[in-house]
Write a protein that binds this ligand. Structure first.
Ligand SMILES: [Zn+2]
Ligand SMILES: [Zn+2]
Length: 328
């Protein structure tokens, strides 16, 4: 089969992914073989290819937003269409797995990082980490939901959003522009604060209640806030917009730093700051179902597998509208 293979991470301008002919993977216990129909490109893939995430294997095929058709293996019906996300599996035995907190598993596998992913014609996946793709979602538009979409949905859950509440989105990229649709379906008022002019335009066109720059304060106290930027200042801006008892959920793997802040004024009053880590299978299933119900359709630009490096370059440069998706 054809696959995009990374052996030595390098700046994306040097095209570190090589398109190679490699053996199609053999199904193994508990796994299914998928014919890849589409694979979304995530910023995390860029971090892997450029080496910001240190290599875990001598060679790896990236891609963790796979829409595939089951063509072999065990546990799922052949011909069914499924999605695979960043969490490729868990051990099922650690303290967190036993406490029903599988997103915090001590020994997870990561699709397209510790195991091969979907920048290929075929991929292996653990059958119990494949999610049914509702018929209403086509391959191309379902792919970007599988990471950005699910994580945004988990952030909404971690923030404890209830229907009709006032919710702030601080930053407005791939994840937030899907989350706003979920919030609107729940009749929430959505306040968007973001630096990029084009992101502000997009938020306004999607019907945000209020849109402002990162230095402007939402005109109302917020019940919940979700931050997407890797910036501690943004977390503090979000915190200072909350009502008593409100929650900030931080949707970022990494923050530059956490600035000092005034406890008495900002956190007192049972306000909370929470991080959002990975996702559970329930998050994935519930979100995909909801996405189908509300007809969530991300903007996409498709690339053939041969152009995997260019797709990542486009993500790096922010040079396309919406998400990049590889169609092998
Ligand atoms: Zn575990
Ligand atoms: Zn991702």
């Amino acid at each position: 089969m054809k696959a995009a293979v990374l052996t030595s991470p390098a700046p994306i301008s040097q095209s570190p992914l090589k398109i190679e002919d490699i053996p199609t993977p053999e199904p193994k216990a508990g796994h299914v073989l998928l014919r890849v129909l589409a694979c979304g490109v995530c910023r995390t893939d860029l971090h892997i290819v450029e080496g910001e995430l240190p290599p875990r294997n001598p060679r790896v095929t990236p891609g963790h937003q796979i829409v595939g058709e089951v063509i072999g293996g065990e546990g799922l019906k052949e011909g069914s269409r499924v999605g695979v996300s960043w969490i490729g599996g868990i051990d099922g035995t650690c303290t967190y797995c036993r406490r029903n907190m599988e997103n915090l598993c001590d020994f997870p596998t990561f699709t397209g990082y510790t195991v091969d992913g979907g920048y290929a014609e075929y991929a292996l996946a653990r059958a119990d980490f494949c999610f049914p793709i509702p018929a209403q979602l086509d391959d191309l538009h379902a792919a970007p939901l599988l990471c950005a979409g699910i994580i945004g949905f988990r952030a909404i859950r971690v923030a404890g959003v209830e229907k009709g509440e006032r919710v702030g989105l601080f930053g407005f990229g791939a994840s937030a522009h899907l989350a706003i649709r979920v919030l609107q379906a729940w009749n929430c008022e959505v306040y968007v604060s973001t630096r990029g002019e084009s992101h502000r335009k997009l938020a306004a066109s999607l019907g945000a209640t209020w849109v402002g720059t990162e230095n402007e304060k939402p005109p109302q106290e917020l019940d919940r806030a979700i931050t997407f930027a890797p910036s501690g200042d943004v977390v503090i801006a979000a915190l200072s917009s909350l009502r008593k008892g409100g929650v900030v959920a931080i949707n970022a793997i990494h923050l530059d730093r956490m600035p000092q802040f005034d406890y008495d004024r900002l956190l007192w009053g049972e306000r909370q700051i929470r991080s959002v880590t990975n996702m559970t299978r329930a998050d994935a299933r519930d979100f995909l179902q909801l996405a189908a119900e509300i007809k969530l359709k991300p903007q996409v630009t498709s690339f053939p597998l041969d152009k995997a490096n260019q797709a990542l370059q486009a993500v790096k440069n922010d040079s396309i509208d919406g998400a990049a998706v590889i169609i092998p």
